[in-house]
Design a binder for this molecule. Structure first.
Ligand code: CA
Length: 231
């Protein structure tokens, strides 16, 4: 349940980044600024934003290279990317979209235009982000009907396991500590031993059958839900 969309601004020119950040903040967004590719990557590894505003011309790796990489990485592939570009050439625009940008906006742009574009990409993503169904590979979870299936085969999953699976599927490819899972799935007002998580993970794996291997144990760290289990 997030109320304030987080927007990662990847922009090397501080005045532009600042202007964007101020406007975003005033309009109910949470801006995060990364001055270059390295900082942006670090930020993405920590917290996934709702939208990435990506400057084309960056020192070091270009926005185009970054867009391509983030589009092909499982962790970042569904985060909308809006390219910021001073280039107006048709071929460049096409290259940006080909690299995986969802939209582009040509500098100089008005804050109002930028906000409209951000809202548009967020709207487009809404069915996927919050909608009833989450899918990974053959595994499908429908939050509205509380159904889980694997390759069209319905699976029986208990209510706690269902909540756990829903959370893991919405936050794949990263490691969740037992404590973090307790907070997110059980709620942080309840005192439950961390061992409880292991019990429910075990049950969940059993319910999922072959898809159970998508939940990996990360020794000393917790659990990870992955589309590419290392079995
Ligand atoms: Ca720049």
């Amino acid at each position: 349940m997030k109320s304030v969309p987080r927007i990662l601004i990847v922009e090397d020119e501080a005045p532009i980044a600042e202007l964007i950040a101020v406007n975003l903040r005033h309009n109910g967004f949470q801006p995060v600024w990364a001055i270059d590719a390295v900082t942006a990557q670090r930020e993405l590894d920590e917290v996934l934003p709702d939208v990435i505003l990506l400057d084309w011309m960056l020192p070091g790796e270009s926005g185009l290279t970054l867009a391509k990489r983030w589009r092909s990485a499982s962790r970042t592939k569904s985060v909308p990317i809006l390219m910021l570009t001073a280039r107006v050439d048709e071929a460049d625009r096409v290259a940006g979209l080909d690299a995986g940008a969802d939209d582009y906006i040509v500098k100089p742009f008005s804050p109002r235009e930028l906000l409209a574009r951000i809202r548009a990409v967020l709207r487009r993503r809404v069915p996927e982000a919050s909608g009833g169904t989450v899918k990974m590979g053959e595994l499908v979870l429908d939050a509205d009907t509380h159904r889980v299936s694997h390759g069209d085969k319905p699976l029986k999953v208990g209510p706690t396991e269902f909540k756990l699976l829903h959370y893991l599927m919405r936050h794949p490819e990263r490691v969740h500590s037992r404590g973090a899972l307790l907070d997110k799935v059980w709620g942080d007002h309840v005192y439950i031993e961390e061992r409880t998580v292991d019990v429910h993970v075990k049950r969940l794996r059993e319910s999922l059958g072959p898809a159970g291997q998508m939940i990996e144990t990360v020794r000393g760290a917790g659990y990870r839900f992955t589309s590419t289990p290392s079995v």
